[in-house]
Design a protein around this ligand. Sequence first.
Ligand SMILES: [Zn+2]
Ligand SMILES: [Zn+2]
Length: 313
Amino acid sequence: MPEFTTDPFPLEYAIPGFIVLLLLELGVAIAEGRERYTPKDTLGSLAMGIGNALIRLVTKGLSIGVFFVIYEYRLFNLGGAWWVWVLCFFAEDLAYYGFHRSSHGVRYFWASHVVHHSSQKYNFSTALRQTWTGSLSGTFLFHAWLPLLGFHPIMVAIFQTFSLVYQFWIHTEYIRKLPAPLEYVLNTPSHHRVHHASDVKYLDRNHGGVLIIWDRLLGTFQPEEEQPTYGLVTNITTHNPLRIATHEWSAMVRDIHSAPGWRARLVYLFGPPGWSHDGSRRTSEQLRRELNARRPASRKESEPSSVDAVAES
Ligand SMILES: [Zn+2]
Ligand SMILES: [Zn+2]
């Protein structure tokens, strides 16, 4: 492994490619006369993407710095052989799955991640609708076990960037299904449309980054069946970037203030999104149970395997 100290392939290098693909999709949508893009929604997503890129200039260096400190205490000297790169790819994708599933199951992390789900459109600009508060709230620590095992921090950073770049092209309705073997292994436009849906059967499913195998192995996979309805269970109405970035943090603080005791305060912070002490709102799991209770036995949806939860704000 060459002795890199900074990421040689930063995400910023991919931005021209993102812009070209976005303009292409926008052009096709306009030519077809379909309302796949709306100006306010797209501008909101672009503002979130630009803000995220600016914040990343600082936080990326900080997280790599922390990873270098952890790497000093590594358990194994893995080096930079080809098989270590292959292992690192799988390990990073698993770490991403853990981060992403927690981002839907724990409100403290959801407060940042909700931004990515706050558009009711599904197009290439939605891919750019990114959090401003994620790294600041410590989400980079989901990858901390990689340098601890002995993967070089820059190797980890390269795969993190690859995963983010990969996930851009799956934010489209124009690609329906890939050949079956690819749909089985990879996170695809079809699988990720499910992830962005607010329909109860689709909530908190398909958390994979590049690979979908983790969802298949860990019980969170849901194939695309009916046309998804995109957005949140309770959609936001604002296009103001600052409010998009902070609305769930504000809602969480309000809930903590109104909580009747310490237990409720802790659940508002670390419990699933949608939980409320007075039952006035629902988690994904509760919504799924209610849906199942109304359905005949033959059409039950699978229950979530844990407290993974909801697109509620
Ligand atoms: Zn998500
Ligand atoms: Zn997405």
